[in-house]
Design a protein around this ligand. Structure first.
Ligand SMILES: NC(=O)c1ccc[n+]([C@@H]2O[C@H](COP(=O)([O-])OP(=O)(O)OC[C@H]3O[C@@H](n4cnc5c(N)ncnc54)[C@H](OP(=O)(O)O)[C@@H]3O)[C@@H](O)[C@H]2O)c1
Length: 250
């Protein structure tokens, strides 16, 4: 019997971890839809993947723009009619200049982070859900962070010398983790698996060149979660240690 090709949409796939996740999924013979908000950067990234023999297609997708999301949903619906894997990777990353300490942070900065890292992720997920429901093995992977782990942040409280992480990014990723858990519960009976991935501090524009992990390593939990079989976990949080994917504490 002919099996239809798996399709994955990765948001923010023009650079960094999103690009690498697309590359690794593409190497597994999955058709990758390259979501990016910038046409030039998105097309250039897609062409680099195609040059590596990967089945990649560019879609203009700004996750904070309702029109952009609905237009991409329409195009994917017309072209394919289903989506197997959604990787919610695009995000607003903290800058050294952000005044993000808990005692001083302003409302606008909090709103900016929550808009991209929580509300937009929920909109994208809800909008693509009808297409994911057309898959026989829907997988949703939410890119989170160690900084979004309440448990790990709590441990830091008791260590000398560590500064509290910038609160806008931290709360946005912690809230995104909560979305993972609750959506996983809702969709469990439909066989759609929803998990959070923590890449660890990774060598991207955001992570910087001195980060401990390469993009190949950082992409691994998300790629593994994208390809879970029917017995795989749902509603869980994973990272990697010594090149193995392991559970992360919430
Ligand atoms: N790198 C790390 O150390 C690290 C650690 C923990 C978690 N993470 C998570 O891993 C994911 C990827 O991080 P990264 O290091 O690859 O970040 P990055 O290098 O800063 O790339 C971020 C990507 O998100 C895109 N993006 C931002 N806002 C968008 C929007 N409104 N619509 C569409 N795309 C948008 C960016 O597009 P433009 O190019 O147009 O700006 C870019 O492609 C994020 O969710 C991040 O929180 C990263």
């Amino acid at each position: 019997m002919e099996t239809r090709k798996k399709i994955a949409l990765i948001t923010g796939a023009n650079r960094g971890l999103g690009f690498e996740i697309a590359r690794q999924l593409g190497k597994k013979q999955i058709k990758v839809l390259i979501g990016a908000r910038n046409v030039t950067a998105g097309e250039a990234a897609t062409n680099r993947l195609i040059a590596e023999g990967i089945d990649a297609i560019f879609f203009l997708l700004d996750i904070t723009q309702a029109d952009s999301i609905s237009n991409t949903v329409k195009l994917v619906t017309e072209k394919f009619g289903y989506l197997d894997i959604l990787v919610n990777n695009a995000a607003c990353l903290p800058k050294a200049t952000d005044a993000g300490s808990p005692s001083q942070v302003g409302k606008q900065l909090l709103l900016d982070f929550l808009e991209t890292n929580l509300l937009a992720q929920i909109s994208v997920t809800q909008s693509f859900l009808p297409l994911i429901r057309q898959s026989t093995a829907g997988r949703i992977v939410n890119m989170s962070s160690t900084i979004g782990s309440v448990t790990i942040s709590g441990e830091h409280l008791h260590q000398n010398g560590t500064k509290p992480p910038r609160i806008p990014y931290a709360v946005s990723k912690a809230a995104f983790n909560m979305f993972t858990v609750l959506l996983a519960k809702e969709l469990r009976s439909e066989g759609i698996k929803v998990n959070s991935a923590d890449p660890g501090l990774t060598q991207t524009d955001a992570g910087g060149p001195n980060a401990p992990y390469t993009v190949e390593q950082g992409a691994r939990p998300a790629v593994w979660l994208s390809c879970l079989d029917d017995n795989g976990p749902t509603g869980c949080f994973f990272t990697h240690v010594d090149n193995h994917v392991v559970n992360n504490p919430w």
